[in-house]
Design a protein around this ligand. Structure first.
Ligand code: 5GP
Length: 244
């Protein structure tokens, strides 16, 4: 497979065309940003940790009946994916109150959200990703009502599966953000699932194991990304499962 023209460059990933029909290459770069791009750095190997964890979760989800765009890894920073018609929604699933939900609403940090809360933001940097509701999503023609229902159902299933596998490693899945696209009529998970897009707390110590370490200068970001990557992917290695 040959990498062709750059299609899109985001804050931490770049997407390239390839010479294979309907397949793209996602490059996980070492850039890290927070606060709407207000804080920026380049951290060596960060891209490969996020790529490894994303590939691990995509493979796990695919094997558990959730359709994702993941095809295979080319090298530690480059992932081959199916081309999707991306839907500009940030679907956030929350199990424990933290982050913006605590800043914006009277939830106590660390309190359990049962059932999990789904929040959907409009992926639009120029508008600072405002929160949407079902009527706005349909009025903006971002999805049909049936697609939205399906997206929420898949998001909750992904939450169930990720929560379970992370718990085995003593990690609590506080919340995460995912993005979907269309492949024909099917809804398919795209983008990434990594330390940049999840909030993870160590079950015993309660310490952050994700981008909050970078956002709030809580410690050595790369040491955290390295050790959490080992912990997450260890589940698979122990079970003798491989991914390609
Ligand atoms: P919050 O709304 O509390 O800032 O974020 C909730 C969850 O979604 C966190 O796990 C956070 O990392 C993720 N998230 C929210 N917005 C974005 C975004 O624009 N990009 C990424 N990568 N993750 C996001």
């Amino acid at each position: 497979m040959n990498q062709k023209k750059l299609l899109y460059a985001g804050k931490a990933k770049s997407v390239y065309r390839t010479d294979v029909k309907d397949q793209l290459i996602v490059e996980f770069r070492d850039d890290i940003t927070a606060f709407d791009g207000g804080k920026k750095d380049v951290l060596k190997n960060k891209g490969s940790y996020n790529a490894e964890v994303s590939a691990f979760f995509f493979d796990y989800l695919n094997r558990n009946g959730v359709k994702t765009h993941f095809v295979r890894m080319l090298d530690p920073n480059h992932m081959v994916v199916c081309r999707l018609d991306m839907i500009p929604l940030e679907v956030i699933v929350r199990n424990i109150a933290a982050g913006s939900i605590v800043r914006n609403y009277p939830f106590k940090e660390g309190s359990k959200l049962d059932p999990p809360v789904i929040v959907i933001d409009f992926k639009d940097d120029s508008r600072h990703d405002p929160m949407l509701n079902d009527d706005l999503i349909v009025a903006l023609k971002l999805t049909t009502p049936a697609e939205l229902k399906k997206i929420k159902k898949i998001a909750l299933e992904i939450n169930r599966l990720l929560f379970r596998i992370l718990a085995k490693q003593g990690i609590v899945l506080i919340d995460f953000k995912i993005e979907f696209g269309r492949q024909g009529k099917a809804i398919c998970l795209g983008d990434e699932i990594s330390m940049d897009s999840m909030r993870l707390w160590d079950k015993k110590s309660g310490e952050s194991l994700d981008k909050d370490v970078y956002r709030f200068n809580k410690g050595d970001v790369m040491a955290t990304y390295n050790s959490v990557t080992q912990r997450i992917t260890h589940t698979a290695k122990k079970a003798g499962k491989t991914r390609n």
